[in-house]
Ligand binder design. Structure first.
Ligand SMILES: Cc1ncc(COP(=O)(O)O)c(C=O)c1O
Length: 432
């Protein structure tokens, strides 16, 4: 066969052939970027449990419990609340390819890189797409959303709750009502915020919310919680087609056009999670154990306590950064509690500083994308790492590497300011 003239990317060779059969022994990093963060040890323990078959009655009970736990996480009565095997974008893609038929109008409210991701997925699903953009570092006002929805009349509106690329959180309380006033469905990507800030899906009339485990829920990526309103579930289920080989005698396919993806076919996944228990993929059993444990830990601690822990860690990080003379990025009134953008000071090599933090302190913080690349670092304080000790260690390390970069800083001021935030919060929060 003749070689195609495509420029395939390079693949690095092994660093060291001798290490090929060594035990896996990752460095004890403190992951303080925008996700993933360190998993809660309880989640890792749950994930070391032995496998079960996916139709084992005990495993089906775990599936039902996982659904019940995520209903609590999302504050919803939606029956169609379950997890997708895949990273957070798998749930986003499931929602968009299953709800959007080619030619359907989709409005994406984009205020960062993950808004662009939803536009990209909707485009691939064949949507008649319109993208409303807010400048990076800002969010939409409800009047702007209403104007855009009224003018375009989409079938579905997709947005982020928190876009980690800009650290901004879009207020959502009014958006669902606006969408419903004009007959549109609202899909919210809450990958970076579920479990870190309020997301009452029913009260805010959200038709579909999707998440990931690797941020505020304190687990690894690889399982993506999703919840669907009846309206969304019906829009999807009318496209139901059962795979050949599984079809019952009396099978009639749904009236809607077949969903273009097999793996991301939410109608088939609904059949799989339902009492029909129709076969689809082989369940990622270990991920389900992890997802269940993430939700169990969240529910056990309680919404108010978890949100307060995230808010406090974010506020302490901001106070610490500002006390060091650093500037925090974006509209502070709409900042996500769990991710803080910090302008890289003039004259500092941002990547060299990040590398020093990793090599000397074992601490990872995030770089950034697009127009913010090379301009801000992003520090995540979420899930298992939304803790005082993590915040203080990160500020101490950052101060040291900045001093080594030649910055004149009030030494010790960052840690002192962050500790003061925790002290002022008092009570049990002071040690969390
Ligand atoms: C807001 C948001 N949406 C979607 C994603 C994609 O998630 P994943 O990498 O788990 O597919 C991310 C990841 O950082 C995110 O922050």
């Amino acid at each position: 066969m003749r070689a195609m003239n495509a420029d395939l990317p390079r693949l690095a060779a092994l660093d060291d052939e001798e290490r090929l059969l060594d035990d896996l022994n990752p460095a004890p990093r403190l992951l303080m970027g925008p996700g993933p963060i360190n998993a809660d040890p309880r989640v890792l323990r749950a994930m070391s449990a032995q496998l079960l078959g996916q139709f084992d009655p005990q495993f089906r009970a775990y599936m039902r419990e996982t659904m019940a736990l995520y209903r609590r996480v999302f504050e919803t009565a939606n029956r169609w609340t379950f997890v997708i095997d895949g990273t957070a974008r798998a749930a986003i893609e499931c929602a968009l390819v299953s709800a959007v038929e080619p030619g359907d109008r989709v409005l994406v409210l984009s205020f960062g890189r993950f808004g662009q991701l939803k536009a990209e997925i909707a485009r691939r699903a064949g949507a008649d797409l319109r993208v409303a953009e807010a400048e990076w570092g800002t969010v939409f006002r409800p009047e702007q959303v209403e104007e855009a929805v009224k003018a375009f009349r989409p079938k579905l509106v997709a947005t982020c709750q928190g876009d980690t690329s800009t650290t901004m959180a879009q207020p959502l309380a009014e958006i669902g009502k606006i969408c419903h006033r004009y007959g549109a469905l609202l899909q919210v990507d809450a990958t970076a915020t579920v479990g870190g800030m309020p997301l009452p899906v029913d009260a805010w009339e959200i038709d579909c919310a999707t998440g990931g485990l690797q941020k505020c829920l304190g687990g690894p990526s690889g399982s993506a919680p999703i919840t669907l309103s009846e309206r969304m579930a019906e829009a999807i289920y009318r496209r139901r087609h059962i795979e050949e080989g599984l079809r019952p005698q009396d099978y009639t396919p749904g009236a809607g056009r077949i969903i273009g993806s097999n793996y991301f076919d939410l109608a088939m996944l609904m059949d799989y999670w339902s009492d029909l228990a129709l076969n689809h993929h082989t369940e990622a059993t270990t991920m389900l154990y992890g997802a269940r444990e993430c939700a169990r830990i969240f529910v056990q601690e309680g919404h108010a306590s978890v949100f307060r822990r995230h808010e406090l860690a974010g506020r302490a990080t901001v106070a610490g950064a500002e006390a060091l003379g650093l500037k925090v990025f974006g509209d502070q009134a709409h900042k996500m509690p769990n991710v803080t953008g910090i302008h890289i000071p003039a004259g500092v090599d941002g990547e060299r500083a990040r590398r020093a933090l990793l090599e000397d302190f074992n601490i990872e913080i995030g770089t950034s994308f697009g127009p913010l690349h090379g301009k801000i670092w992003r520090i995540g304080t979420m899930g298992y790492n939304a803790r005082k000790d993590c915040v203080l260690a990160t500020l101490a390390g950052l101060e040291t590497v900045l001093a080594a970069e030649g910055c004149k800083l009030p030494r010790g001021a960052g840690v002192d300011a962050a500790r003061a935030v925790y002290r002022a919060a008092g009570g049990s929060a002071a040690s969390s």
